[in-house]
Design a protein around this ligand. Sequence first.
Ligand code: IVH
Length: 645
Amino acid sequence: MDELEKMRLLIDKLNDLAYKYYVLDAPVVSDKEYDALYDELVALEKSTGVTLDNSPTRRVGGEPLKEFASHTHLRRLYSLDKCNSYDELRAWFAKLQNALGYAPACTLEYKLDGLTICLTYRGGKLVTGATRGNGETGEKVTEQVMTVRSVPLTIPYDGEIEVQGEGIMRISALNKYNETAAVPLKNPRNAVAGAIRNLDVRETAKRNLDIIFYNVNYMDGDCKLTQTRQIEFLKNNRFKTGMLFKSDDIEKIIAEIDKVDRASLDFAIDGMVIKVDDCAARAVLGYTDKFPKWAIAFKFEAEETTTELLDVVWQVGKTGKLTPLAILEPVELCGATVKRATLNNYGDIQRKDVTIGSRVFIRRSNDVIPEILGVAQQAEDAREIAKPEICPGCGSEVYEEGAHLFCPNFYGCRPQVIARLVYFCAKECMDIEGVSQKTAEQLYDKLGVREASELYGLTADDLGKIDGFKQKKTENFLAAVQSSKSADLPHFLNALGIDNVGRKTAKDLAEYFGSVDALAAADAETLVKVPDIGEIVAQSITEYFARHSEVVARFKEIGINPVCEKRSGGVFDGLKFVLTGTLPTLSRDEARAKIEAAGGAVMSSVSKLTDIVLAGESAGYKLEKARALGKKIIDETEFLNMLNT
Ligand code: IVH
């Protein structure tokens, strides 16, 4: 076999493997095997000096481009009409039904929130990738598009064709990128637009983009396929697609839209698209000068908007941590008026280059207080956000630990002490009813309470000085204080208010160590052996006991020193596992249950904290990483043997 033929075979094999991995999401070989074949191809290309058109080595990007050339679409691209309510959607459908004389079957798809990408193929080869531009002419971004691994460089169909899809950056890919990025990406849409419209193609390649296709815009003339057929055609030609549902009953379509849970998707959508399936019906309905009358976008409420950042105030929490709170020009978002947003810490402010007076992007996810994603526009007279040197609650000089600033005034910083008192008494902590923010303020101001253990020395006379503490309430409170002495270890550990230790972690710690003394004596190395505890949490715990051992001692004097049964000493006690690949007999859930029952824990990714990797068939990247880190790797047989010993 000559070298060229060898190259062709290798390329076919590699492209097929990439299709299974990136499009079907069903890898059949490990990354290592893929890499070996890839390296073989690179060597052949070097020795022959030939790189074939569909070679995957073309995907990595070369020298930066000088400028974007323009591309005229084979057929103009239309945009979509939109509606914001089910009633508008019903009205749209009724109009179609009127015009056609029957209820047309419609397809339902996600409205992906990314960047339109059009690909032209000729003779089965990808010839151009382009942005939408003004619909007639866009920018050529062929090399950028080629970095997207799920895009086929060659397809079986060999006529002239233009397919349209949405370039997206998955939320998981974005989060991963932001973990180490000097300047974090603000949102998936900006992330993909910035990556595709980047002249340095190697940068594009780093973003791990994806394109999901939904339209055959041109197929040796106007495309005459129904929407369902278009998706089928795209699938058969190895494009990534996604259609959800088809019905001629608008109520069924609405019910389907209602089921969509945006938060559960790994990509951003800003609505749903409803399209008449049939071509003859489409022809009857026609187009306006902007959009087809046979399709409509049902827009979801925006989760993101911009507004002016008016000020930043620093709040002191129960651990003494200072958190910046952004004060915003009030703005409507998801049906609520947003006036405040979080910024995580000073480093976060710097990374996002947030300044007072600038317009910022804010996003609301679920019900939590909105987050500032980045700056939309810097104001000319923008003011830098100063890094506080003193605590806003008490004026003490703050100190830095990791990414955060802390107030050291444990007993004298009013907001800090009050927050700690309220937290200590909460239901999921010591469950002492009646200590609201207001009561805690009076405990601090009128009775001089500076620390939770002092609650146990309060008398009815003392409490008489606090507003609202009549006889009954006082009795109840004193009784609640007394009975809290028998709180169990998980509740007590939670009540201490250690930074980064919440209810779940407190329970894990209690079951692992069995007593406060054992926990206090543990070093970071021991702590990270506890399931779900990483280095940051471990550090918070050791810091707490190093600084505040006297707190625990005082509780002991009062008689609060709960212990609990340690979780059984299983064979995997304290070991952290990662599962990868398909095991011959056990499902993932079964393997996980066995590990946990034996005292081990399962982590999602391989890191230095991993102890054992349980690998099955077609294990991929995780296995490679485990090897690179020199981790213990076992198969199912070995795993079962270990369990039985
Ligand atoms: S179809 C003739 N389908 O939305 C209809 N567009 O507002 C052509 N988009 O420019 C578009 N998801 O970038 C269609 N499932 C989907 C879509 C979708 C996202 C974008 C696309 C288009 C814009 C129109």
